[in-house]
Design a protein around this ligand. Sequence first.
Ligand SMILES: Nc1ncnc2c1ncn2[C@@H]1O[C@H](COP(=O)(O)OP(=O)(O)OP(=O)(O)O)[C@@H](O)[C@H]1O
Length: 267
Amino acid sequence: MTLHADRVSWRRGGVLVVDEVTLTPRPGETVGLLGPNGSGKSSLLRLLQGAARPDSGSVLLDGEPIGAQGRRAVAKKVAAVTQHAETDTDITVYDVVRLGRTPHRSAWGASRDDDRAIRAALERAGLTDKADRMWRTLSGGERQRAHIARALAQEPRELLLDEPTNHLDIRHQLDLLHLVRTLDVTSIVAIHDLNLAAMFCDTVIVLHHGRAAAAGRPAEVLTPQLIRAVYEVEAEVSHDDVTGRITISFAMPSRCEQPGGVPMTAT
Ligand SMILES: Nc1ncnc2c1ncn2[C@@H]1O[C@H](COP(=O)(O)OP(=O)(O)OP(=O)(O)O)[C@@H](O)[C@H]1O
């Protein structure tokens, strides 16, 4: 049994932003949550982590509505890395990652297990050498990795990530998604890069105006027709028969082309 959304809908500011979405990840799989800006990805992740309640439908964790379970009980199983998770306080990277241990803390405070989990999480996120650095001195990408480390220190069974690669250079994007894919957890990852989604996700679900426009294996879902319908972009999709993977290349939008091929210059 895993985290499961059953026909969830949610209105925000009077607008239906998640519309009857069902999501049933298989345990251990990496699910890519795709869709244009404003299509409802972050909203769906909020529902899945129990941070908001759907107006209709249900989010179930181990068969029970997530909203009926205590925050601590949920946090032992589900870790989330949301966008714009910032802190201004003067704490070290180690202490940021240690926050992930909060749901596991007993009344007697920190245990040896906590230190082991924190060190392991720092190692997996490539931040061991920065454990004693002040959080505020980290670069944007390093902060993002520290948030991932915090989520890993939580030792969750389900991992929800909202655009985890958006500040990372290409090597760290590849490393992070490889790490997520190889973890023994069920991951739901909101991501904009369709090629990275195709490389690392077992399945994808594409949201469009809050509705699930398509779901399934990347090679089945990410067709030129779907990309045109959802993103309004022309794309070519090539299939590698050996790896079974797809690569998507995008056409230059006609609005960016100048007659005679003269490049546009800023004025
Ligand atoms: N607090 C809010 N009140 C009202 N509407 C909101 C609120 N937060 C988000 N929305 C709206 O909900 C819709 C879905 O937003 P959401 O952030 O879930 O999209 P998204 O797919 O994650 O977008 P992006 O790719 O730009 O991060 C958008 O139209 C957004 O303007």
